[in-house]
Structure formats: C-alpha cells, structure tokens
Design a protein. Structure first.
Length: 131
C-alpha cells in the first residue's frame, strides 16, 4: 500500500529540535471497549501529530510493582507509545487524553531529527520563523 501524503502540513526541512512523548500502558488496558493503545494512536492521528509508534516491551512494571511480561497465554505485555512532534502540540495532545483511563506514566523529552524520510516533515511552523 503506498504511503499517503499529508496535505494539511507544509513540507519543509526539519532543522530544529522536536519533542518525544512516551506513554506507558499495557496491552490489557481498555478504555471502554477499545484498547488504550488503539485509542491513543487514533487520537494522535486525528490530532495530526507528526508520528506515532507503539512498541512492545519484554518485561515492565510501574508503581504497582506488578510485572508485565510477554507470555503465550496472556496479553498483559507492557507497551510504550512514542509520539514525535513539537512541544505545544504534544502538550495539547496530553491534555486531550485526560479522560482516558489505563494510561501509566507519560514523559516528554527533547529529541533532534537528524535524518530519514521524516526529516523533511516539520512538526509545524514555529512562531517567528522565516518561511
């Protein structure tokens, strides 16, 4: 299937630091009748963030100290959702998740886009930046 272009954003070289939002949850977490990671990924796409990846962890635990691990008969594996975009867009996205239960820790850190196909896709126009 060919990749879809994103016409709602201007295509320009990303030469600034972006942010990485990490959301920790587990495969067994549900929000209503949908898995939390699916809800987050769908909302991120609807919010037009630059990129989302859901990663499976081999082992993980949080505040409860309950160990989540990969097992043939269980779907209690830890998941990390990584979302890349600019600070303001990610903070607004975090606020939009306030109603979603089943989310563990959320972290935000600075990242630098150094190459790859996504390097030509800027998160959005930065105020005051020459175009």
């Amino acid at each position: 299937m060919p990749r879809q272009q994103r016409p709602e954003r201007e295509d320009k070289k990303m030469n600034e630091q972006a942010k990485l939002l990490r959301i920790y949850t587990d495969e067994a977490a549900y929000f209503g009748d949908r898995k939390v990671f699916e809800v987050v990924a769908t909302r991120a796409r609807d919010a037009k963030v630059a990129g989302v990846t859901v990663l499976q962890a081999l082992v993980g635990f949080g505040r409860s100290a309950h160990v989540h691990r990969r097992h043939v008969l269980e779907d209690d594996q830890s998941l990390v959702i990584e979302i890349v975009d600019e600070d303001a867009r990610l903070r607004a996205f975090v606020a939009s998740l306030a109603d979603v239960t089943g989310i563990g820790l959320m972290t935000l850190e600075v990242v630098e886009i150094v190459g790859g196909e996504a390097a030509s896709f800027a998160p959005s126009d930065t105020p005051g930046e020459a175009q």
